[in-house]
Design a protein. Structure first.
Length: 420
């Protein structure tokens, strides 16, 4: 049997082959122009799926890196503000130390008071700092609310909340980008422990510090703050006769919650005052330590585990122009110094926390950059063109196309008339 091939069939086959080779060459030329081996899913379906996954991961990393940039900006703003607070507290302490100097004239004390007011106002500006977007840094989640405002009585009230804002810098990593203002400025640990001293000058009708007294509270703690009550301690020096010898002994009276619980007890400067209600098995234990005691001194201690640094500075302002002869004024200024020391340590700890967060953010950014580089290399290995191989392929395709074109040219000239 003889198979016949029509001229039309041959022409169609040659045309299809010619177009196929032309398409292969065009595709190679396109790859050389774009530098990509895989431009569509049809180029390499298996690699295309993997490349798409890489692209999604890279897009997600870009989003995390943008969040890191925003977080770093906010953290740097917060760190700068806290550093400014530290400088402010240091300058305030120097002024208060100068005010304790008894040789200062009244005009000098007035000038120091004015400077303290200026420093307090500067501290208020720092507490109301804003970030690059105009949000209040120390307002918690109430970023549109001015956190600190002065009340009519001169006290500083906090209007934010006690929450922190967060930024997601990785799939399961969230970092703080703000600290609540109460944590920084109104909840500073009390340097004395669980109680704060209240000083007043002794008068004919009321107890307090005697003239020339240097009484200073070193510490006042309780084992159960939930049961803490106001405490009053008074001291008196008496003559004690033993073995025919007379010696001076400092004794104290202790009142807790309005009830006298100890009278005429010898004060041990090493141990201080240690009291536990003997009638109650689980009663709290008080530990009180004093220094610079003078006979006739009395002091009141109020329960307080934290302090408001604005109130402390206001106390310095209130006592700035009191007579230098007032022992209570000097004791109050010394208390302000203790508060400022505690505030400085507290701010340093908060600044350290911010620094730790910034280090965490930087480490996360480095991880993203490393992973991004790995993904780009992997994607490039699948997607990018091998130029040397592509050029060799293109040369072969051009030769094949030329051969097909020549064959097509010769074939279409074939005719039966050539053989007649």
């Amino acid at each position: 049997m003889i198979n016949r091939v029509s001229t039309a069939s041959q022409y169609q086959n040659l045309t299809s082959n010619l177009m196929r080779k032309q398409g292969e060459l065009n595709q190679t030329n396109g790859q050389l122009s774009s530098g990509k081996r895989v431009e569509t899913a049809g180029d390499d379906p298996v690699s295309s799926v993997t490349i798409q996954n890489y692209r999604q991961q890279l897009t997600q990393i870009d989003q995390y890196n943008s969040a890191i940039t925003l977080a770093n900006n906010r953290l740097q703003t917060m760190e700068t503000a806290i550093a400014g607070v530290e400088d402010n507290l240091g300058a305030t302490k120097q002024k208060v130390l100068g005010m304790i100097n008894g040789a200062m004239a009244s005009n000098d004390r007035t000038a120091f008071k004015d400077e303290l007011i200026s420093l307090r106002d500067g501290l208020l500006e720092l507490a109301n700092s804003r970030d690059e977007a105009g949000n209040y840094v120390f307002a918690g989640n109430q970023s549109d609310t001015k956190p600190f405002m002065e009340a009519t009585d001169g006290s500083m009230n906090y209007h934010g909340d006690n929450q922190s804002r967060y930024a997601q810098i990785d799939k399961s990593v969230n970092v703080k980008t703000s600290l609540p203002g109460d944590q920084l400025f109104t909840d500073i640990p009390n340097s004395y422990g669980d109680f704060r001293p209240v000083f007043s000058d002794k008068t004919a009708t009321a107890g307090g510090l005697t003239d020339g007294s240097k009484l200073h509270l070193l510490s006042a703690t309780t084992t159960d703050f939930s049961k803490a009550e106001d405490i009053e301690v008074s001291f008196i020096e008496v003559d004690v006769v033993a073995d025919g010898k007379t010696t001076k002994e400092m004794q104290y009276n202790l009142t807790v919650g309005g009830k006298v619980v100890a009278e005429n007890q010898a004060y041990d400067s090493e141990q201080g005052i240690v009291y536990k209600d003997p009638a109650v098995a689980d009663s709290a234990t008080l530990n009180l330590q004093f220094d610079g005691i003078s006979s006739g001194d009395s002091i009141t201690l109020e329960p307080a585990q934290t302090i408001n640094i604005f109130d402390s500075i206001q106390s310095a302002i209130d006592n700035a122009e009191r007579p230098t002869s007032s022992p209570a004024a000097e004791a109050n200024l010394q208390r302000v110094i203790d508060d400022l020391d505690s505030g400085f340590v507290h701010m340093n700890q908060q600044r350290s926390e911010v620094g730790t967060i910034m280090q965490q953010v930087d480490r996360q950014l480095e991880q993203h950059l490393d992973f991004e580089l790995t993904l780009n290399q992997a994607q490039s290995g699948l997607e990018d063109l091998d130029y040397s191989k592509a050029i060799m392929d293109m040369n072969q395709q051009m030769m094949a196309l030329q051969a097909s074109q020549q064959a097509f040219g010769q074939t279409k000239q074939l005719s039966l008339f050539n053989y007649i």
